[in-house]
Design a protein around this ligand. Structure first.
Ligand SMILES: Nc1ncnc2c1ncn2[C@@H]1O[C@H](COP(=O)(O)OP(=O)(O)O)[C@@H](O)[C@H]1O
Ligand SMILES: [Mg+2]
Length: 312
């Protein structure tokens, strides 16, 4: 049986008249990286803060590693690591001092604390800067330290609120690689909120698209590409228009549709499997000469725009 590490049931939060989170329900399976995607103000931070027990929902609840956020906040806090949207640090502490301080707050015994801090500083690539003041760190370095800090308690669930916000492309890539590494190196389920599409696309097994506090869809990027994005298409330019090629392609069961504009063919492929080799072979066998072959897939951005437009 698949264990859901995060289970959210009808979670609702209002700020005066504004419904920031609206009867939200969803589940995240153990070991997955789940990306929460939505524009500013969608409710991402509010949801994460409720899951960390920092704010209390008006109604509904959530279970984190089986613990109820309303009734077992201590157990929830022990199960999670959290990197806030604008994680603050004592700038006059060194990276090592900071981890030691947090480790003390978490009651981690000295030897364990020191071993884990050293290991995490190494893992986030800050081992050689462990004695530098945090005030001298770049935004990317601070974010890496925040990840180390969040992992100090060896949490089952890591909640990352916009981890690459305001970061330069290099810094964003480092964070991305670390999130990918988390799955490989550590047995952690990750919930990451972001409005940066490539980030979510690169690291997440599943995405949930949220707007106005509602979850519009939840699925793998691959499935969303298919169900919402319209699957994969091949764009082929032939040396000259060729009706035989078109007739052959139209008969193939893996092809949904063929659009023809002179020598330019757009082939809509059904199913998730890549049928490219068979299609290319069929074109050649029917006497088609190809000048170019391109593959197009809906990006997460196409999908997001479609979902937002439809407002499902
Ligand atoms: N403490 C608060 N008081 C009043 N309104 C808030 C508060 N926190 C968030 N909001 C509002 O709730 C909505 C969701 O905010 P937030 O969860 O921060 O969205 P996101 O993280 O997706 O950008 C926004 O309209 C925001 O202005
Ligand atoms: Mg936010």
């Amino acid at each position: 049986m698949v264990e859901n590490v995060i289970e959210i049931h009808n979670l609702t939060k209002k700020f005066d008249n504004l419904v920031a989170v609206d009867q939200l329900s969803f589940r995240v399976k153990k070991g997955t990286t789940f990306g929460f995607l939505g524009p500013n103000g969608a409710g991402k931070t509010t949801i994460i803060k409720m899951l960390t027990c920092l704010i209390r929902p008006d109604s509904g609840t959530a279970l984190i590693a089986g613990h109820d956020i309303l009734k077992e906040s201590m157990a929830v806090r022990r199960s999670i690591g959290y990197v806030a949207e604008n994680q603050g640090f004592y700038e006059r502490m060194t990276a090592a001092e900071n981890l030691d301080y947090i480790g003390r707050l978490l009651d981690i015994p000295t030897t364990k604390r020191q071993r884990r801090s050293a290991e995490l500083l190494y893992w986030v690539g800050l081992a050689d800067r462990k004695d530098s003041y945090i005030g001298t760190f770049s935004k990317g370095m601070k974010q890496r330290l925040a990840m180390a800090q969040a992992l100090l308690s060896e949490p089952k669930v890591l909640l990352l609120d916009e981890p690459a916000l305001g970061m330069d492309p290099m810094g964003a890539k480092e964070i991305r690689d670390m999130i990918i590494g988390l799955k490989k190196d550590r047995d952690v389920t990750v919930l990451i909120s972001s409005h940066i599409l490539p980030e979510v696309e690169a690291v997440c097994d599943e995405v949930g698209i949220i707007n106005y506090g509602k979850l519009l869809v939840q699925d793998s990027v691959e499935n969303l590409r298919h169900t919402i994005g319209g699957g994969m298409r091949l764009e082929i330019v032939l040396a000259q228009p060729n009706e035989r090629v078109v007739a052959t392609l139209q008969k193939m069961s893996c092809i949904q549709d063929v659009k023809v504009e002179g020598q330019r063919l757009t082939i809509y492929i059904t199913g998730k499997d890549e049928m490219r080799p068979q299609i290319i072979e069929a074109i050649i066998k029917s006497g088609g000469q190809m000048l170019s072959v391109g593959i197009k897939e809906a990006s997460l951005e196409d999908i997001l725009l479609k979902v937002m437009e439809k407002g499902i």
